[in-house]
Design a protein around this ligand. Structure first.
Ligand code: FES
Ligand code: FES
Length: 82
């Protein structure tokens, strides 16, 4: 698997708590989108782990094409709709 699987075409809002760590799924295989569930094992992908700087809602990428790993940057709008 060279390319990440497109898991969705819109971001998923996630409520994060300041100081807590989250692991965003970069491979697209997780059944717990947008977070990693370990399904990447055996592939070249690893989750992007980030620590929430504040308690708020963040919009995490499901299309896996974002240029700001973890976070939706709008790139999903340019992907073909299947
Ligand atoms: Fe996709 Fe872990 S399941 S990075
Ligand atoms: Fe991937 Fe928006 S869902 S860039």
């Amino acid at each position: 698997m060279d390319k990440a699987k497109v898991a969705g075409l819109s971001p998923i809002p996630v409520n994060v708590n300041q100081g807590e760590k989250y692991a965003w799924c970069s491979c697209g295989l997780s059944s717990n989108q947008p977070l990693c569930d370990g399904s990447h094992k055996g592939s070249a992908f690893t989750p992007k782990v980030f620590t929430a700087e504040e308690t708020k809602t963040v919009y995490l990428c499901t299309c896996k094409a974002t240029n700001n790993p973890g976070f939706c940057d709008g790139t999903h709008k340019s992907l073909p709709k299947e």
